[in-house]
Write a protein that binds this ligand. Structure first.
Ligand code: C5P
Length: 258
């Protein structure tokens, strides 16, 4: 890894220069942070799980026509992605009240929203990623009208698909955060594509029967068993074998690492 040029280091991932022009290698760390990095820990195996889960989700979304930055998984912790210019927005989609929406609007966690709601935050760690209105995006030129329309349409399509996908494995998709990037095309235009990751770090996932949290809130709220919960999600998605000899799911299976 030291042979490669590091392009960027985030809280949970590192980006390296890729083998071909226009590509990057996205490395998933075990680091977990919350509350704008005021709370930090290393969770053994989290990066491996998020790499696999995000790969699975990106491939499924690609199959239904969502353009993504994902090319292929390289090994347990890395995937090859297309190099994009990240649009400086966090797009959040919510189906059920939780987290900052519950706090901000006084709606009890778990209350189903009248319809799915899309919110935008500015990607600015130094400001704590503040919630912004579409007006800000237009006025400050963070995205064009056309890009914003595409992002909203894609977000709702992703939400529909993921709700169904998780529902099929007994999980309610409460909310999620995604990021988009601009991919330069051969004609010199830009295409908006889904970037970053989709994993239990960036979604709220509750077991349908028990409402048990199977996501990063286990870390944020000191609920324990964080990687066990992520493993449960991966197992239900069929990424991990669920009945190895000891009956414990394992990370080292269903894998053709190069
Ligand atoms: O904290 P909040 O309720 O606004 O989070 C909404 C959703 O966005 C949650 O699924 C959370 O995991 C995700 N999120 C994220 N990265 C952030 C902020 C929120 O993945 N910086």
């Amino acid at each position: 890894m030291s042979r490669r040029k590091q392009i960027y280091e985030g809280k949970a991932k590192i980006l390296y220069e890729g083998p071909e022009p226009g590509t990057l290698v996205q490395y998933f760390k075990d680091d977990a942070t919350a509350f704008n990095a005021q709370k930090k820990a290393t969770l053994d195996g989290k990066g491996v799980l998020n790499n696999r889960i995000s790969e699975f989700v990106m491939i499924r979304l690609g199959e239904i026509g969502i353009p993504t930055h994902f090319i292929k998984r390289l090994n347990m912790r890395e995937q090859l992605i297309k190099k994009v210019e990240i649009i400086p927005l966090e797009v959040i989609c919510r189906n059920v009240a939780a987290g900052t929406m519950s706090k901000r609007l006084g709606i009890e966690e778990g209350e189903k929203l009248p319809r799915s709601i899309v919110e935008f935050c500015l990607k600015r760690d130094d400001l704590g990623d503040p919630l912004i209105a579409e007006e800000h995006i237009h006025a400050f030129g963070w995205a064009t009208h056309a890009e914003l329309d595409e992002m909203i349409a894609m977000t709702l399509r992703i939400n529909d698909y993921l709700q169904g996908m998780f529902s099929g494995i007994g999980i309610n998709l409460i909310d999620f955060k995604i990021e988009f990037g601009r991919l330069s095309t051969e004609t010199g235009d830009h295409q908006v594509v889904l970037a970053d990751e989709i994993s239990p770090d960036s979604c709220r996932l509750w077991d349908r029967e028990t409402n048990k949290k199977l996501d990063k809130d286990r870390f944020r709220r000191d609920l324990g068993d964080v990687t066990e919960a992520y493993t449960e999600v991966a197992t239900r998605l069929g990424i991990l074998q669920s009945n190895p000899p000891q009956g414990k799911p394992t990370l080292s299976v269903v894998s053709n690492d190069e």
